[in-house]
Design a protein around this ligand. Structure first.
Ligand SMILES: Nc1ncnc2c1ncn2[C@@H]1O[C@H](COP(=O)(O)OP(=O)(O)OP(=O)(O)O)[C@@H](O)[C@H]1O
Length: 580
């Protein structure tokens, strides 16, 4: 057996860029991209990517050079997912467009890109970021402007290159694109974490990991051929949870919208018969808050959610709109999806609330992971499958990152002493059926009188109250118990509009009927909206800082009664209006 060698014919390094040349051959005349009135076929997308790869190489871009891009979802950003690695093995770094100039500068300083592509609406942010790094770098990146392909603004001047000019001038004869890789362990992209618990870290993906994760997700989400995929998820978030490459693998149509407003989403669903889309739980509020659209008839849209724990009542509400939700759990360090709540037919017979409760669990390991477990952090023994004993989620497999860029310490910490597992920093339980449920991030667990309280569990209960739009629970200092839960709650605007008053005491009583007493929030603080970071995750660090100033007197929990006012939502504003 061992004498049978690997050959070019039977051993091809895995890379997601190979999906593109196959799409150009197999699905040549099918629509690849729809963006406003601009459409491309897979033949055209392939040609454009090859030309861009050639143009990048003519600018001396080569293996391991970082090419950054600051752009909302656009055809250019989509094409760069193939064209950049095809440029001799360069590495794509898609930057979060919700960062300010200082945040972008931090990434540029760390990633040291050779080129920076900037969408026409983000030129100010990019130039401010570049100004602030000019003193600390001897080789600032070359700026390339991406004008709107559908409706060019002509914003570019001769000072800068422009994306379409680059595509047009790419000469594939003199700089042939590299459509395969020599080593599947080579880097394909560099993505920064959301910075929810600390500063964003630069995560390096391998071609092999990206390929496997893409295939695994398509399988577990059940994406058949010819999907019409709506880009409601930013492509900068873990390369669109690998679906940038995945849609090419299925010969699907990418319906690209710059911003996921309710109007853009519902209009695209109606106009293009969207079959699939991704949505962090925060986007569900946008879908639910658009009453004009709710009654419209359309086919079922498959929605993959993840990025934060989706409370069961929210899942139930969004499914009533005609969306069929699949829940996945993931992280930047694992090239996106780590677990999927694979649906079992036997659960169809359950009531909608029970179905949603089951669906809110994070599920079973991704098919392309080698293993996932929940372990006792001290003994490293697997926790029992009892749905109660908490432990840290650990994973291993080829889609786990190569490591953090230029950060050996953080890399070593994440992989542990023996490098056998990647430690996710998330706490979960395993149910008797083998499904994992994430209870919290390690840093967010509330320890009250020696008991661990899952903030996610308390939040899920609060979401069950009909007046609650959003809830987040964090630790608050307690003179006797050390820590105790403090809830921050935003009420649904329609409750305030209808003049209905919900008291903090009422929410506390609501929780009392649904959980052990030590888990019940001792304070409820009303906010217009929960503070979120650039990927839509609740910034619990900020809430903990607020809660620190709200030290509780043990007796207060039964006496106080304060109205929680549901004012109309204002973006990002925190009004610490009411408390118990
Ligand atoms: N379905 C889910 N349910 C619960 N939590 C989730 C789910 N999906 C993702 N998460 C949370 O998001 C985390 C991954 O987020 P991401 O990689 O975007 O960066 P971050 O962890 O928020 O940022 P940082 O590491 O910089 O603090 C997971 O570790 C987990 O805590």
């Amino acid at each position: 057996m061992d004498s049978l060698p690997k050959r070019d014919a039977n051993y091809v390094p895995l890379s997601p860029i190979t999906f593109l040349s196959r799409a150009a051959s197999v699905y040549a005349d099918r629509t690849s991209v729809v963006y406003g009135s601009t459409t491309f076929t897979w033949r055209q997308t392939h040609q454009r990517c090859c030309r861009l790869a050639a143009a990048l190489q003519s600018l001396a871009v080569s293996k391991n050079d970082v090419v950054s891009v600051l752009s909302p979802n656009t055809p250019a950003l989509y094409e760069m997912h193939f064209a950049v690695p095809m440029a001799g093995g360069a590495v794509l770094n898609a930057i979060n467009t919700r960062l300010d100039a200082a945040g972008v500068a931090t990434i540029l300083n760390h990633a040291h890109p050779k080129l920076l592509f900037v969408d026409y609406q983000y030129i100010h942010v990019a130039t401010d970021a570049l100004k602030s790094i000019v003193h600390v770098t001897t080789s600032p990146p070359l700026l390339v402007i991406i004008d709107d392909i559908d409706n060019p603004t002509g914003i570019n001047n001769s000072d800068h290159l422009e994306y379409e000019q680059l595509v047009a001038r790419g000469d594939t004869a003199s700089h042939p694109p590299r459509c395969q890789v020599d080593d599947e362990w080579d880097a394909v992209s560099l993505n920064y974490t959301s910075g929810t618990t600390s500063s964003p870290k630069g995560v390096v993906y391998s071609h092999r990991g990206a390929y496997l994760n893409t295939i695994g997700l398509l399988l577990q989400w059940g994406v058949g051929h010819e999907p019409v995929y709506l880009w409601s998820l930013p492509m900068f978030h873990c390369n669109g949870w690998t679906l940038t490459w995945g849609v090419a693998a299925r010969g699907g149509a990418n319906v690209i919208i710059r911003s996921p407003t309710a109007d853009a989403i519902y209009s695209a669903i109606d106009a293009h018969h969207v079959t699939h889309m991704c949505a962090a739980p925060v986007l569900f509020h946008i879908l639910l808050d658009a009453p004009r659209r709710r009654g419209r008839r359309r086919g079922v849209v498959e929605v993959l959610t993840g990025g934060a724990p989706p409370p069961a009542p929210l899942l139930e509400r969004v499914e009533r709109l005609g969306f069929r939700v699949t829940h996945a759990y993931g992280m930047t360090e694992a090239t996106g999806v780590v677990m999927v709540c694979e649906w079992r037919r036997q659960w169809d017979a359950l009531s909608p609330p029970d179905r949603a409760k089951i669906k809110a669990r994070q599920g079973v390991s991704a098919v392309t992971l080698a293993d996932a477990d929940v372990v006792n952090a001290t003994t490293t023994a697997s926790v029992p499958r009892d749905g109660v004993t908490m432990g840290e989620v650990v994973i291993r497999g080829s889609s786990v990152m190569k490591g953090y860029l230029n950060d050996e310490r953080a890399t070593a910490e994440a992989f542990g002493r023996d490098g056998a597992w990647f430690r996710t920093g998330d706490v979960g339980v395993v149910h008797p059926d083998g499904y994992v449920e994430i209870k919290d991030r390690c840093k967010d667990v509330i320890i009250s009188g020696g008991e661990n309280i899952s903030s996610v569990e308390v939040e899920a209960a609060l979401y069950g109250h009909p007046a609650v739009r959003e809830a987040a629970v964090v630790a608050m200092p307690h003179p006797h118990w050390g820590e105790t839960p403090c809830a921050f709650v935003a009420l649904k605007p329609e409750f305030a509009a209808a003049g209905e008053v919900v008291t903090g005491q009422e929410l506390v009583s609501f929780c009392r009927g649904r959980m052990a007493h030590y888990m019940v929030p001792r304070k409820v603080v009303s906010v217009d909206e929960l503070p979120k970071n650039s990927t839509g995750k609740v910034q619990k660090l900020k809430l903990r800082d607020m809660a620190r100033g709200l030290c509780v007197k043990p007796a207060a929990e039964v006496k106080a009664r304060v109205v929680v006012a549901g004012e109309p939502a204002r973006h990002g504003a925190l009004t610490q209006a009411a408390r118990l």
